[in-house]
Write a new protein. Structure first.
Length: 214
């Protein structure tokens, strides 16, 4: 799986199936999406690419948010690597990028740089300066820029739409059993285990992973 930090991708990754989103936690709802994308991959003989952002836009605009993520970049990429993804674009979300107009993103990024053929987005997907762009705008431009929008139905589990927001809520409530069910795995955290101090410096073990289960 190829990792990119911008939209300047190699020629063999252009004209691909593109999935856009945060994919925080890569939960069961996301997995349903990737399963559908893989059926397109098989049918149309195309690569699958993911476009995601760092930091997550909501965290960029509200820096007071703490413990918001369900997974860090490393965890997310490891999971995506097992879901048939050919490449990931992790675009830095900063002041300049936040000011890009939705029309510019469609024409210059999706069409010219990525040359996307199929674009998978959720119904509530918003993009561009002040969130001006939406799915309807993407659909209206399908013929202009030679792509097709795919917006699968969300996954419903226990009468709830599975989303990263819903899983965060379950974790805040201490409902690990339901959170793990929605994630299809045990929720885990990664970090540096601090052992002590020596000459004013912290001593830590390498990054470790801790699975949290009910």
């Amino acid at each position: 799986m190829k990792l990119y930090e911008n939209f300047n991708i190699s020629r063999n990754h252009k004209k691909s199936i593109i999935l856009i989103g945060n994919f925080d936690g890569v939960h069961s709802g996301h997995r349903k999406l990737f399963k559908l994308a893989n059926s397109y991959k098989k049918k149309f003989k195309l690569n699958i690419g993911v476009v995601t952002f760092e930091p997550m836009p909501k965290m960029y605009f509200n820096k007071k948010i703490k413990n918001f993520r369900l997974s860090n970049i490393s965890q997310k990429n490891k999971i995506l690597n097992n879901l048939g993804i050919d490449f990931i674009i992790t675009k830095k979300f900063d002041k300049n990028f936040s000011k890009i107009k939705s029309n510019y993103f469609i024409k210059e990024v999706l069409y010219k740089k990525l040359q996307a053929k199929y674009i998978f987005v959720s119904n509530n997907f918003r993009f561009g300066n002040k969130r001006e762009g939406d799915v309807n705008q993407l659909i209206k431009n399908e013929k202009n820029y030679d792509y097709k929008i795919v917006k699968p139905q969300p996954l419903i589990l226990d009468k709830k739409v599975i989303s990263s927001t819903h899983i965060r809520s379950l974790l805040e409530q201490g409902n690990l059993k339901k959170a793990n069910k929605a994630l299809t795995r045990n929720w885990s955290i990664e970090g540096i285990v601090q052992k002590g101090r020596q000459q004013g410096k912290k001593i830590g073990f390498p990054t470790c992973k801790i699975d949290i289960k009910d």
